[in-house]
Design a protein around this ligand. Structure first.
Ligand SMILES: Cc1cc2nc3c(=O)[nH]c(=O)nc-3n(C[C@H](O)[C@H](O)[C@H](O)COP(=O)(O)OP(=O)(O)OC[C@H]3O[C@@H](n4cnc5c(N)ncnc54)[C@H](O)[C@@H]3O)c2cc1C
Length: 292
C-alpha cells in the first residue's frame, strides 16, 4: 500500500526552494505528507529503513548545505494544514502556518496567538523551537502535542511534558516528530486582537529586513545582552562574505543579499562569532538550524 501519492514525492529537490534563506542544495528524496498519520507513517518507514530523516516545516529557521542532504526530507508545510477549533482549543496539524493559525484565532475572537502572527514558521517548527516574539512564546499557549517518538510510538504529551526552554523543547532534545499541536486560547475581542497583530507587524516591518531572504535572528540572545547590539557595536553591520551579509537594518539578521551560498553564511557566522568574542568576550550561539 502506498503511504503518499506520487505527487507528494520528489527526487533531488532543491532545498533553496523550501527555505526562506533561498539557499540549499538538493535533498535525495523530498516528501510532503497530507495528513499527520501519513507524516508518522513516512517518518517511521524512513527510520526503519535506516535512512537519514529530516522533518521540516516552512524552512524559516534553516540553513541547508550547498551539497544538500543525503537522505529523506519530510516537509509539513504546504499540504499538512488542517486546523479546527472546539471552544477555546485550536488543534493544528504540524504544517499549519503560524500566520494562518493566528489569523483564524483572531477571526474567532480567541486571544493568545497574536505574538505569532509575523513568525513565518509552521506549528511543528514553532513547538520544536518554542518560537516566541514580543513577550509571547509557543510554550504559553500549547496544551497538548501529538508526537511520534524515536521508538515509533504515537503519543500525546501535555504542555508540561514538553520541557520548553529558550528556543527549545522536548521535540528537539528527544528527537520527536511533532504531528499536531493544540493551543488553549482565551476569549477576546476580535478588533483588539487585530489591532495588536497590526501593531506587532508594523514593529517588525520597521526593524527587520523582511524584504531580503533570511532565517530570522541568526543568533540566540546571549544572557544579559542582545545579539544584534553586540554585532552592531563590534562594527559588523553590513559586513559580508560572498552573498551573505549582516543586515544594515538589523545586525541580528544575516541576509542573503544575492546568490549567497550556505558556505558564505557559515563563514560569516563564524566571523561574527569570533569578532564579537574578541571584542566583548561573549561567544554567540547560532539560533539557525544547520542541515546537515
Ligand atoms: C523574517 C523572519 C522572522 C522571524 N521571526 C522570528 C521570531 O520573532 N521569533 C522566533 O522564535 N522565530 C522567528 N523566526 C524563525 C522561525 O520562523 C521560527 O524558528 C519558526 O518556529 C521555525 O518554523 P519552521 O516551520 O519554519 O521550521 P523549520 O525552519 O522548517 O525547522 C526548524 C527546526 O524545527 C524542526 N521541525 C520543524 N517541524 C517539525 C516537526 N513537525 N517535528 C519535528 N521537528 C520539526 C526542524 O527539524 C528544524 O530543526 C523568524 C524567521 C524569519 C525568516
Amino acid at each position: 500500500m502506498r503511504v503518499v501519492g506520487e505527487e507528494n514525492v520528489s527526487l533531488d529537490e532543491p532545498m533553496s526552494e523550501h527555505t526562506t534563506f533561498e539557499i540549499g542544495g538538493p535533498a535525495d528524496l523530498f516528501v510532503t505528507p497530507v495528513t499527520s498519520d501519513q507524516l508518522a507513517e513516512v517518518a517511521q518507514i524512513v527510520r526503519s529503513a535506516g535512512a537519514p530523516l529530516f522533518v521540516m516545516g516552512n524552512g524559516s529557521n534553516l540553513l541547508v548545505a550547498d551539497e544538500g542532504f543525503r537522505g529523506v526530507v519530510v516537509c509539513t508545510s504546504g499540504a499538512l494544514d488542517n486546523a479546527n477549533v472546539d471552544g477555546r482549543i485550536m488543534r493544528c496539524e504540524a504544517g499549519v502556518s503560524l500566520a494562518d493559525a493566528s489569523e483564524m484565532a483572531c477571526e474567532l475572537g480567541l486571544s493568545g496567538l497574536e505574538f505569532a502572527c509575523g513568525i513565518p514558521g509552521s506549528v511543528g517548527g514553532a513547538v520544536f523551537m518554542n518560537a516566541g516574539a514580543y513577550g509571547g512564546q509557543t510554550a504559553d499557549v500549547v496544551c497538548e502535542v501529538r508526537v511520534l517518538t524515536a521508538d515509533g510510538d504515537v503519543r500525546t504529551l501535555s504542555g508540561d511534558e514538553l520541557a520548553f526552554g529558550y528556543r527549545t523543547s522536548r521535540i528537539r532534545t528527544d528527537g520527536l516528530v511533532c504531528l499536531s499541536a493544540s493551543f488553549e486560547l482565551v476569549p477576546g475581542d476580535s478588533e483588539e486582537i487585530r489591532a495588536t497583530m497590526d501593531d506587532l507587524q508594523e514593529r517588525r516591518r520597521e526593524k527587520q529586513p523582511l524584504e531580503m531572504p533570511s532565517a530570522g535572528s541568526t543568533f540566540k540572545r546571549p544572557e544579559g545582552h542582545f545579539a544584534g547590539k553586540l554585532i552592531a557595536d563590534a562594527g559588523l553591520k553590513g559586513a559580508s562574505i560572498g552573498g551573505a551579509q549582516v543586515s544594515e537594518k538589523h545586525a541580528g539578521f544575516v541576509v542573503n543579499a544575492g546568490g549567497a551560498t550556505a558556505a558564505d553564511v557559515r563563514a560569516l557566522i563564524h566571523h561574527v562569532q569570533d569578532e564579537v568574542e574578541r571584542q566583548f568576550g561573549v561567544r554567540l550561539e547560532p539560533e539557525v538550524r544547520m542541515l546537515p
